[in-house]
Design a protein around this ligand. Structure first.
Ligand SMILES: [Zn+2]
Length: 275
């Protein structure tokens, strides 16, 4: 599942590729992708609209259109965009396509969890997909005080707390594990039991791990045929320190990294460094 840095990459590459272009026609091939619209209404809301920009809020991609509407897209597990010459055979599992003149933008999704909605741009903040999202981690509103007030109100394990997009926005399973390692916090610890110094370390670590990932993604080349799909490039194992490293040595102390299940998902951590 893409996390904030990956979604940021997809949005910035889309912005480079489609900004200023006009959607001549939109075709919704799988109606459940955009359940709020009949396929003909989906097209009616997008046809002839020029794309002003593509950006991101949380893990949602936002196409800001000149007709004062915004196309909101969530990639979920396997959604991806690609651009091909008009008339090309669409990729497998193409659920929507957007005719941009000489080229077509395809949205394909093997696992079928992707999601689209069209909202009025002036009501974007109130859209149900976005209205409950926590503040952006790189913005001022995501302060230490903010994080502590949310943690104090939660008795859930801190790892599960970090995945809740209404509390902290943009983290998924990978960067939650990395932020907890970097701050030396046991992922099973209750959110409301963390000390102020630990909360401070965690707040710094969340921002740092996301910033580093966004920074390293700047080297990823723009590939119209596979937008954002080469996020991890040629690397087999990106420089995660605990995620996916069960049984390997902790980079800080040498103890074996262990894996446990929390709320049905894997958590990787070092028992010695994270308390
Ligand atoms: Zn360790």
């Amino acid at each position: 599942m893409p996390e904030l840095p990956e979604v940021q990459l997809v949005a910035s590459h889309l912005d480079l590729l489609v900004r200023g272009r006009r959607i001549e026609q939109a075709m919704l091939h799988r109606p459940r992708l955009a359940p709020a619209f009949a396929p003909e209404d989906f097209n009616a809301h997008l046809a002839n609209a020029r794309i002003r920009s593509v950006s991101r809020r949380g893990k949602h991609i936002l196409f800001d259109l000149e007709n004062e509407r915004t196309l909101v897209v969530h990639l979920r597990m396997s959604g991806r965009f690609s651009i091909a010459p008009a008339g090309s055979e669409p990729p497998r599992f193409t659920h929507a396509q957007f005719e941009l003149g000489a080229e077509t933008l395809h949205f394909s999704d093997q696992r079928h969890f992707g999601f689209m909605n069209i909202v009025r741009s002036d009501e974007l903040g109130a859209a149900k997909e976005l209205c409950k999202l926590a503040p952006e981690p790189f913005g001022e509103a995501f302060s230490l005080d903010y994080l502590r007030s949310k943690m104090k109100a939660s008795s859930r394990p801190i790892k599960e707390f970090l995945l809740d997009q209404t509390k902290v926005c943009g983290l998924g399973n990978i960067y939650a594990a990395e932020a907890l390692f970097e701050s030396g916090i046991d992922p099973r610890k209750r959110a409301d039991r963390l000390t102020k110094p630990k909360a401070e370390l965690l707040h710094t670590a969340i921002i740092a791990v996301l910033e580093r990932a966004v920074e390293s993604s700047r080297a990823v080349p723009v590939e119209p045929g596979n937008i954002g799909g080469n996020f991890y490039g040629e690397q087999d194992s990106p420089d995660w320190r605990v995620y996916g490293r069960e049984g390997e040595e902790c980079p800080a102390c040498g103890e074996s990294i262990i894996r446990i299940k929390q709320a049905g998902r894997s958590t990787f951590f070092c028992r010695r460094c994270q308390r």
